[in-house]
Design a protein around this ligand. Structure first.
Ligand SMILES: O=P(O)(O)OC[C@H]1O[C@](O)(CO)[C@@H](O)[C@@H]1O
Ligand SMILES: O=C[C@H](O)[C@H](O)COP(=O)(O)O
Length: 955
């Protein structure tokens, strides 16, 4: 706009100023920070008699999307606050609107509230959402807090009731995107009804202003195109059609204006007018000429009339000042306008259909503009925050990259990420997914209550505990384990240990690490009904009671969902504290709720800054972030697309040594969330990277890299894999604390991947099956004093082999090597092998299983999972049973060197573990999985060594 430099502005003959005499107010369809700040806007007011300003998402996109006007404020805001791109945009926009409202305020005063307005549009994403629109209108009205503000609301079917409510509540509204006479009539009716209801309550209606933004040029754009097409096709009505070119939009506006005049005469309106109501003026919008063949001031020249507004884009504003003509054109030749309307109908130009399309297209194009604007804000935010956020880099083969782009665009168009945030189950299977999404809000929620956790932390410190022993499984133990493993001991606080096993030796080992009198026990179970934490609680409660007597409960804390069995137990046993979980969060999504935070606080982790770090991830995935800029979405889309379209269902998790345990948490999240109804992602954790040659085409590599403590071997191996064309996603963490961000990032990505896989990522149907089998066995034990007998299909030295009839048939028999050969002989490319060991998980068994899996991987070139039972039952076990049938399983059980009693039960820990292994195997077999169980008699270390060498010979 050249208003500042042009010489002829403000002359007496200024045609813009002259509009006033015709009862029309010129408004400007434009906002830009520098334009307001450098006095250009003021100059228009002073010299051209500018009377108002309008904005829309496309205008803000132009203002914020290019240049550097806003960079300083963005930086400043992000220094002190954690904001999503949507929140950031709103802060910038509101500042602009306020600054503009200030410039326009003298006009507002001088015209006694007739003019001087500035319009701010509600989010275009809400165009079909009445509730969302009214809520946002109220919020913006309150936040901007300027009398001369108008909230812009689309005049859609769903927008009109919101407009009526807003009017009733005293909010001034600019109803936008009006194309048809009928839509305009509905809007005027809503305005009157809104005023009437307010007036009926005895409230003032004189301060409410409203305009109806009736769009002009876009109508000609569509109608003229239809005319040209028909003329080109040799339509018999070519001449009559040509005569309508460039006429319909103006005729449509003139007819709408006639309706306005008629309504103003009505008794209904007169009553409101007598009570001080201001008429809702028609505002001509979309008045920039799009077709170069027409006058560049066509839609200003031809629509001049009393009690109207024309919001004029900058170039048209300049052009009109330069050569616009003023006459009462709006009421000129109304009959002619009606004739044009009748003609268009007779000729089948379908103005009705065109206006309907224009509403839809108008909403969609404002959404597109908003997407692009928010994308720019998100990009700027990412650049400024840099390492304060996780930095994700995807190196994908071009076919996967293309497919991910297409998926991203599908999500952008459908607005499904906003639906996800709105907890709309249609994003997944339309089941009960909406009830499991409280994890989306939990970070905000916990931050609001963080002082309780901080108080707990100081109490724990003050009581001088040396250790914290957490008893729980899966979602209740893996997050705390990551926290314990990653952060270690905090000075002045107890050491956090996590026990998630029924292996008697392992229970004993943990018991040996602590002094019950100086230990805080955290019994953690969402459901409160899980077998393991219940029996572990019974065991340690009894052990602690021996030293603490009646005060034993004071060394126990429960974390459980409200109303659970565990809550009752905790109350009955006089636990020191009970912390509650959220029923609307499943176990594996619970780490940022009390399930992760209570042990974190007890071990001295500064939970406030941990949560604030997590909040950055929440904001980076917020509903305002377009999918292309939402890195957690991108991760989920990559995993989902790679699995469904490219057969790459093995998510190979690689993590820097200092954060290695994230993989254990991630395994559960991915496997239990996605591995069901015969599909899903198979996490492969902690499988030391090999040469590219040892991999097939069934993997995606996810590399969690702690930038300050990287492993050069990992970096080199990952680089080689990317070079070899394997898909690699690298996520850089700048600090260990950013595991908080990684938690949310992966939860969000998993939810997205679940949608791409078309499954419910919040249930775990197949875990339940093995729990039922286990329960049957432990019940039988309690009744008969022994587990039901079972017969090995083969024995060889220290080894006995068990399987269902089908697997036993396939494995035939013979010696150990022959049986193992038969098992591994069934492995096909793109399968994976699961080693499922029900033995104590300690340094030596972990080293043993790790070296074994690598030998298998390198020999057979398939993915391997190395798992300990019963821990994995609450994690990857779901996918092994419910996912695709591409796993081959070797289950390992062993005689227990010593057993431990479970207080109050006949069964022992050893019996429980045996029942769990058998329950697990039964379900694997029942699901048609290729599986073998080998039981080791005698000393475990010898047995494991012998098994390794037999496997070595078999592969
Ligand atoms: O916290 P809870 O209810 O004891 O459950 C522990 C784990 O068991 C499961 O329900 C099934 O394995 C997991 O989803 C969960 O994390
Ligand atoms: O209120 C103003 C409208 O949003 C604007 O005039 C639309 O104009 P356009 O059709 O040129 O985009």
């Amino acid at each position: 706009m050249n208003v500042v430099t042009k010489q002829d502005v403000g002359t007496v003959a200024n045609v813009l100023r002259g509009m006033e005499k015709h009862g029309q107010s010129p408004w400007l369809d434009f906002i830009q920070r520098s334009f307001t700040a450098n006095g250009s806007l003021q100059k228009l007011v002073d010299e051209d008699g500018l009377k108002g300003v309008t904005s829309n998402p496309a205008i803000f996109e132009k203002a914020m999307g290019y240049g550097t006007d806003y960079d300083a404020q963005i930086k400043e805001l992000l220094q002190t606050e954690i904001l999503s791109p949507g929140e950031l945009y709103e802060r910038l926009a509101i500042d602009d609107i306020r600054a503009t409202a200030k410039v326009m305020y003298p006009v507002f005063e001088a015209t006694k509230g007739l003019d001087g307005y500035v319009s701010l549009e509600v989010s275009p994403y809400l165009a079909f959402d009445t509730k969302g629109t009214i809520e946002e209108a109220r919020r913006l009205w309150k936040t901007v807090g300027a009398q001369n503000l108008m909230i812009k609301i689309p005049g859609t079917h769903d927008g009109v009731p919101a407009f009526q409510m807003a009017t009733d509540e005293g909010i001034s509204v600019n109803v936008t995107l009006l194309f048809s006479l009928q839509a305009y009539k509905d809007v005027l009716e809503a305005y009157i009804s809104g005023l009437e209801s307010r007036h009926a309550r005895g409230e003032d209606i004189s301060k409410i202003a409203s305009v109806a933004s009736f769009f002009v040029s876009r109508i000609d754009g569509k109608i003229d195109a239809a005319i040209d097409k028909r003329v080109a096709a040799g339509d018999k009505d070519a001449e009559a059609l040509k005569a309508l070119r460039g006429k319909v939009a103006i005729a449509n506006a003139k007819v709408a204006y006639q309706h306005y005049l008629e309504v103003k005469k009505s008794d209904r309106w007169q009553k409101l007018a007598a009570a001080g109501a201001q008429p809702q003026r028609l505002l001509w919008a979309s008045t920039g000429t799009k077709d170069k063949a027409y006058s560049d001031v066509l839609y200003v020249d031809e629509l001049v009339g009393p009690e109207t507004v024309n919001t004029i884009p900058p170039a048209t504003f300049d052009a009109f000042r330069d050569h616009g003509k003023l006459r009462d054109s709006l009421i000129e030749d109304v009959e002619g306008a009606k004739h044009v309307m009748a003609q268009q109908e007779r000729l089948g130009l379908d103005l009705h259909g065109v206006t309907e399309t224009l509403v839809k297209e108008g909403c969609a194009s404002f959404c597109d503009a908003f997407d692009s604007l928010l994308g720019v804000v998100a990009r700027k935010e990412n650049e400024i925050l840099a390492k304060k956020l996780l930095i994700q880099k995807a190196e994908l083969p071009s076919d996967i990259e293309e497919a991910v782009k297409a998926e991203t665009e599908t999500w952008r168009k459908s607005g499904d990420l906003r639906k996800l945030w709105a907890k709309d189950a249609s994003v997944w299977t339309g089941g009960d997914e909406g009830k499991w999404l409280k994890w989306l809000d939990i970070v905000d929620d916990r931050l609001a209550h963080v002082s309780e956790l901080e108080a707990f932390a100081s109490d724990v410190k003050a009581r001088g505990f040396t250790d914290v022993l957490l008893l729980g499984m899966g979602g209740s133990s893996l997050g705390p384990e990551v926290i314990a493993e990653t952060f270690g001991k905090h000075a002045g606080f107890p050491t956090l240990h996590v026990l998630d096993s029924t292996d008697p030796q392992q229970v004993k080992s943990f018991e040996g690490k602590i002094d019950p009198a100086k230990t805080l026990f955290i019994v953690s179970s969402k459901s409160g009904g899980t077998l393991e934490p219940n029996i572990l609680k019974a065991y340690f409660f009894e052990a602690a009671k021996k030293v603490l007597g009646d005060k034993v409960g004071q060394n126990f804390v429960a974390v459980t969902d409200p109303g659970s069995h565990m809550e009752q137990v905790a109350k009955g046993d006089g636990f020191w504290k009970i912390f509650y979980g959220e029923k609307q969060i499943g176990g594996r999504y619970s780490v940022l709720s009390n399930f992760g935070l209570v042990p974190a606080a007890a071990s001295g982790l500064p939970v406030r800054s941990f949560l604030e770090s997590a909040l950055r991830s929440v904001k980076a995935s917020a509903q305002s972030v377009p999918p292309a800029f939402n890195t957690a979405f991108q991760l989920g889309a990559i995993l989902g697309v790679a699995a469904t379209k490219f057969g790459r269902d093995k998510v190979t998790i690689v993590a820097s040594p200092a954060i290695y345990d994230l993989g254990a948490w991630l395994e559960q999240l991915l496997a239990e969330s996605t591995g069901k109804i015969g599909r899903g992602l198979v996490p492969i954790d902690d499988e030391t990277l090999g040469e590219p040659a040892v991999y097939g085409n069934d993997r995606v590599f996810a590399y969690l890299r702690l930038t300050g403590e990287t492993s050069s071997e990992q970096d080199a191996a990952i680089a080689a894999l990317a070079k070899a064309g394997q898909p690699v996603v690298t996520i850089d963490l700048d600090t260990k604390e950013q595991i908080a961000q990684a938690f949310f990032h992966w939860e969000f990505a998993t939810a997205v991947a679940g949608a791409v896989l078309d499954i419910d990522p919040f249930d775990q149907p197949d875990v339940e099956a093995s729990k039922i089998e286990t329960k049957k066995l432990t019940t039988a034990y309690n009744e008969t004093g022994s587990l039901p007998a079972e017969t090995a299909f083969a024995t060889d030295g220290a080894f006995s082999f068990f399987a269902d009839a089908k697997n036993a048939g396939a494995l035939k028999g013979g010696d150990t090597v022959a049986i193992l050969k038969a098992l591994f002989g069934q492995v096909k490319p793109d399968d994976y092998i699961g080693i499922l060991a029900y033995v104590e998980r300690d340094e030596s068994t972990r080293a043993w299983i790790q070296s074994l899996r690598l030998r298998i991987r390198d020999a057979l070139k398939v993915a391997t999972a190395a798992e300990f039972g019963p821990r994995f039952l609450h994690s990857t076990g779901q996918a092994y049973k419910g996912g695709a049938n591409n796993g081959v399983f070797l289950q390992i059980t062993a005689d227990d060197a010593a057993d431990l009693p479970v207080p109050g039960e006949k069964y022992t820990f050893g019996v429980v573990k045996a029942a769990q292994a058998r329950g697990d195997f039964d379900v694997l077999a029942e699901r048609g999985r290729r599986a073998l169980r080998v039981h080791i008699k005698g000393p475990l270390d010898e047995g494991l060594r012998a098994l390794s060498s037999a496997i070595e010979s078999a592969i």
